[in-house]
Ligand binder design. Structure first.
Ligand SMILES: [Fe+2]
Length: 146
């Protein structure tokens, strides 16, 4: 695996690690009329995030790399914007998610491109799969607040 792909996969992993905590934050602190819809949706998302983290970390290992495995390191690599430990409205939760999911889409596309340059079709397939899921989620989030 190229150094660049290793770095990009680790950045992606770090973002998912921080997202895992951020999704719990939103799950716990969400308020408003959409509580009963979004509270379980956020749980579904952090459970998916846990699976993605494990899959990506093990893919990095399979390629001979070293996955980020501490919050200290993850925080040094992440670009995820975290929130305070404070109530947040349903509308702001959805807006936050839209901006995160747009970032995941951009990042997944970059990883697919890098993986293809490395002739690594397994990593490209993995991230094309995530890309499809994220695009679907983005459509649903936008429909929800429109
Ligand atoms: Fe819960």
């Amino acid at each position: 695996m190229s150094k660049k792909l290793n770095e990009k996969l680790n950045e992606y992993l770090a973002n998912q690690q921080v997202m895992y905590i951020k999704l719990h934050n939103l799950h716990w602190y969400i308020t408003g009329r959409s509580f009963f819809t979004l509270h379980p949706k956020l749980e579904e998302l952090y459970e998916q995030t846990a699976e993605i983290m494990d899959t990506v970390a093990e893919r990095i290992l399979a390629l001979g790399g070293s996955p980020v495995a501490s919050m200290k390191k993850a925080l040094s690599l992440t670009s995820v914007k975290e929130y305070d430990d404070a109530p947040i409205t349903s509308e702001n939760v959805v807006k936050a998610l839209i901006s995160d999911v747009e970032y995941w889409i951009k990042d997944s596309k970059e990883i697919v491109k890098l993986a293809e340059e490395n002739e690594d079709s397994v990593t490209a397939d993995l991230f094309n799969g995530y890309l499809g899921e994220y695009q679907k989620l983005l459509w649903m989030l936008k429909a929800y607040i429109s």
